[in-house]
Design a protein around this ligand. Structure first.
Ligand SMILES: Cc1cc2nc3c(=O)[nH]c(=O)nc-3n(C[C@H](O)[C@H](O)[C@H](O)COP(=O)(O)OP(=O)(O)OC[C@H]3O[C@@H](n4cnc5c(N)ncnc54)[C@H](O)[C@@H]3O)c2cc1C
Length: 319
């Protein structure tokens, strides 16, 4: 995989950066390419050593984005990062932003402060976890984020999948395919999953669906052995034997740094106008962080490009 290009220290000078981009996922990388095309300087701050964001979480072949077809996320990410390297994008990796002032467009990462003439929020989403006893302790020892990644290790064993969306039901089907006895636990009776997946799961004799139930505790010394859950309404606690627990309860926008500064919707996503303008002049948002309805690579690329254009317009650089 191509290493991200180290940032040019001149460009990092806080006062001369036209666009400070928070997040080096598909959105931030695409925006940077377009900003470069408009002749604007930029700096991407990415908390991890490897940019690409959620692309690294896609373990099935991608079938809905050109150039990604048939590749899984990490392979596609390596292509994108090669391009980013060729285009000499300025990416400061290992730089978690810990404070943001939207008004002054200043951010802090570690001991350093950076300022942009414009700011792009491209921080994407973070996975939700149950935050119950046993989950953290047994992470990687039965507690898993994806059946695509780990199901083979538990083939033929009893497993639990938690969640009611498409990812959860798909994981239940994937585990059943490798001979697992699956308990699919969901906290309400309403499933948001694709109806075809749900219909298949309901028919599958290996999958037992338990609605209105909330996981309370994951038990096991060296590895997951059992999950305790509470039945809503009755308040009764029950237990199911399981060798693995796949936690698929969704994602949330990473907007905690700008809460109270830019307009957010009730679920915490950034409110934007077309082109990504937020409620604060010069602060833009794009990609998953403002797209509860369309989280996708195509949307991230499209919004990244559109926001770059709006930022260029804001800076009076569209000619
Ligand atoms: C399992 C899975 C499968 C998917 N499959 C598909 C598919 O088949 N097709 C498709 O189109 N889409 C798919 N998606 C969705 C797609 O990957 C995302 O919509 C897209 O990658 C989002 O890009 P983004 O840049 O907006 O956000 P992200 O990818 O979330 O990137 C945000 C970046 O910001 C960084 N960041 C966040 N906070 C900070 C901070 N404080 N400081 C510094 N850096 C920070 C993060 O580390 C991350 O690199 C899938 C997603 C998942 C999880």
């Amino acid at each position: 995989m191509a290493a991200p290009v180290p940032p040019d220290p001149d460009r990092m000078s806080a006062d001369t950066t036209d666009a400070l981009i928070l997040g080096g996922g598909m959105t931030g990388l695409t925006a940077a390419l377009w900003l470069r095309g408009f002749g604007l300087t930029h700096l991407i701050l990415e908390e991890f050593q490897l940019p690409g964001g959620q692309l690294h979480e896609i373990h099935a072949p991608i079938d809905d984005y050109p150039l990604a077809l048939g590749r899984d996320g990490p392979r596609f990410a390596s292509l994108v990062l090669e391009e980013a390297g060729r285009a000499e994008l300025s990416i400061l990796v290992g730089s978690p932003v810990v404070r943001v002032s939207a008004r002054t467009k200043t951010v802090r990462s570690g001991k350093e402060r950076f300022r942009g003439r414009t700011l792009l929020l491209a921080t994407g989403l973070r996975r939700r976890w149950l935050e119950i006893p046993g989950e953290r302790k047994l992470m990687g020892r039965g507690v898993s984020r994806s059946a695509n990644l780990d199901r083979e290790r538990y083939a033929g064993k009893p497993v639990m999948v938690i969640g009611g969306g498409t990812a959860a039901v798909e994981d239940a089907l994937l585990c059943a395919e490798v001979g697992c006895d699956v308990t699919l636990l969901h906290r309400t009776a309403k499933f948001r999953a694709r109806s075809d997946y749900l219909a298949r799961a309901r028919k599958d004799p290996r999958i037992k669906i338990i609605p209105n139930a909330q996981a309370r505790q994951i038990l096991g010394d060296e590895a997951v052995e059992e999950v305790q859950y509470r039945v809503r309404g009755s308040g009764m606690t029950r237990a199911v034997r399981a060798s693995a627990v796949f936690v698929r309860i969704g994602w949330e926008p990473r907007t905690e740094l700008v809460r109270g500064q830019v307009g957010l919707d009730r679920a915490g996503y950034v409110r934007v106008r077309a082109g990504g303008a937020t409620t604060v002049a010069g602060v833009f948002a794009a990609g998953d962080v403002c797209s509860p309805r369309w989280p996708s690579i195509a949307n991230a690329a499209g919004q990244g490009a559109a926001s770059a254009r709006e930022m260029a317009g804001f800076l009076g650089r569209l000619g």
